[in-house]
Every structure is written in C-alpha cells, then in structure tokens.
Write a protein that binds this ligand. Structure first.
Ligand code: ADP
Length: 311
C-alpha cells in the first residue's frame, strides 16, 4: 500500500497566539477519497496549508508519497494540486490564461499546456468561457476554474478546501460527479468540508477535526453505521389537527408544524414503518424529503457531549 499523505504530530500556533493544530496524526492512502470534516475554525485550512507547503508548521512531520516535504519541495509540488478556499488568481486574466500560466509554472511545454488546459476546461464546462476575464465568472465557475488550474499538471493528489462552498446545488452535483470520476481514474483526493452530506456522498474515509484535534478517523461506512439514524420530513396534504407523537424502538414521529412530521428511523427500521404508523392515524403523506444536515446535527451533539439537540 502506498501512502499518499502521512502526517505525525502536526502542530501550528499562529503569531496571534491561536493554536490551530494541537498534534494531528493521519494517513491517507493512495487512491483514497478522503474527507477532513469539521466546523469552522477547526483547523482544516491550516492543515491543508501545511500539507501543501503554503503555511509553515510549528511542529510535526509531513510526508507526501513517502517523501519528507522539507527535503523534497519540488517533487511535493509536482505531486500536489491544491484548490484553496479563497480566490487567488488575477481577476483580470482570461480564464484560459489562468490555467495555461499555471501549466507554465510546472514547466509543461507550450503545446501540452494548451492541450491540458483545453482538456480540463472542457471537462469542467468552462471551455466556452476561455476568453472571458476570470472576474466575470460566477462563484461556482471560479471554483471550477481553480480545479482545472490545480489539475493541469495532472498531480497524483488533489486537495480541495471546501470545494462547493457557495456553489449551488445543481452545480454541486456535477462537481461531485467530476471529482468521483477523476478519483476513479486514479487521483487521490482529500477535501475539507463542513457538510457531512458532502463527505457521505463522496468519500471512503474520513477524519473529523475539532479545535485542532482529530476526534475520529474511520471509514465513511463505519461512521454512518455508528450514526445509524435517518431523519425525514414527511408532508401531509391535510392540516394536522392532533399531535403526532410516536416513540417506538427505531421509530420516532413528531408533528413539527400544521402539515409536516419529522420521522427519525434507526436500527434498520424502514420508511414504510413510518408511513404505516401514520396511515393508522389517518394521516396521508404526499411528499417526503431528507432532513438537511441530519448527520451533522447528530454529530455536533455528540461532539459537544451535550447529548441534546443540534449544536
Ligand atoms: P477551518 O479551515 O477548519 O475553518 P482554520 O484552519 O482556517 O479552520 O482556522 C483554525 C484556527 O486558526 C481558527 O481559530 C482561525 O481563526 C485561526 N487562524 C487561521 N488562519 C490564521 C492566521 N493566518 N492567523 C491567525 N490565526 C489564524
């Protein structure tokens, strides 16, 4: 097994006195799609900054594909493609130029640089925009352009800091599909997110970071089993006159407003049992949706150890 990233006892104190990382140890295997998940301020960007050699660490070791990043600066840069959270390109440059210039930094010959730019701009749906100034792009397009730029030298490891922040839902899906595809084709991917749903859709393995510490490092599957609980909102066509308050093993139903009921299922109970219970009460369900951020809520309550609702 090749390890794409290995960090041990990583520490970071900013000059301001903030201790952003308090000794993080972590390995990400080659080929993995890995999520670093945590609330704002947890230390995710700091971690990414250090691994991509943009932020100086205060302590610890970082190896990328087995090489110490301090002694293999050039090779580390070749191996890595980084998509930062903040916009860091010249807004006056044309889209195609931003991507081609980056290829130049990596020493790609002109022809190859042009080919690669076209390839990734096309894949990310930006080819038509190649002659537009980058500042004219929407937020989601800017982020996609930064992904194209990060991929132009075809790194083995792509690191994305909150890739879908500010990207609308439809585009988020197509970005997810794109990332899954390049991961299937062999690129190791690490992303940070504070949406558990995003990690759940994309990632095989996950580390949860909070206040500069890793509090969980496991497979997505195991985490989901652990957090085996699914919340749905069920909508009724009629006004719900009476309270709905059912609490059985694995099934809880509660009226949340005059037309909706929250259903929480666990222990393998299926949605049919919720519908059947409501049917017995004479409540007809006409639509249903996943409750947003269901896992995140669970998780934050667990994390804060308050055992209660939300955060
Ligand atoms: P996340 O990406 O998880 O939101 P960050 O790594 O950005 O977290 O931040 C971790 C902590 O470090 C926060 O308390 C943040 O305010 C602080 N921090 C981040 N960057 C800097 C900086 N350049 N100078 C001082 N403090 C910083």
């Amino acid at each position: 097994m090749t390890v794409a990233i290995s960090v041990s006892n990583l520490q970071k104190s900013y000059a301001s006195g903030t201790i952003a990382l308090k000794g993080i140890s972590l390995e990400v295997e080659q080929g993995d799609f890995f999520a670093l998940l945590g609330p704002n301020g947890a230390g995710k960007s700091t971690f990414i900054g250090i691994v991509s050699t943009l932020v100086t660490r205060s302590g610890g070791k970082v190896r990328v594909f087995g090489r110490d990043v301090d002694t293999h600066v050039y090779q580390t840069k070749i191996d890595l493609g980084v998509v930062p959270q903040e916009i860091n390109f010249s807004q006056f440059e044309k889209v195609g130029d931003v991507v081609r210039t980056q290829a130049g930094y990596y020493g790609l010959p002109r022809k190859l640089a042009a080919e690669r730019s076209e390839k990734y701009l096309r894949q990310l749906g930006l080819w038509e925009k190649r002659n537009d100034r980058s500042r004219s792009l929407s937020g989601g397009m800017k982020r996609r352009m930064m992904i194209a730029r990060a991929l132009v030298h075809e790194p083995r490891l792509l690191i994305l800091d909150e890739p879908t922040a500010g990207v609308d839902i439809e585009l988020r899906r197509s970005m997810w599909d794109f990332l899954l595809e390049i991961n299937r084709a062999g690129t190791t991917i690490i992303l940070t997110t504070h949406y558990l749903e995003e990690a759940e859709q994309l990632c095989r393995n996950i580390a949860i970071i909070d206040e500069g510490r890793i509090i969980e490092n496991t497979s997505m599957k195991k985490l989901l089993l652990e957090l085996d609980s699914h919340a749905f909102i069920l909508d009724s066509d009629a006004t719900l006159e009476d309270e709905v308050d059912i609490d059985e093993p694995g099934l809880s139903l509660r009226k949340i407003d005059s037309h909706s009921i929250e259903a929480v299922l666990s222990g393998g109970r299926d949605i049919n049992s919720a519908i059947a219970a409501l049917d017995r009460l004479g409540v007809r369900i006409i639509s249903m949706r996943n409750k947003a951020n269901r896992l995140e809520q669970l998780f934050l309550s667990r994390l804060r150890g308050n055992g209660g609702e939300g955060n």
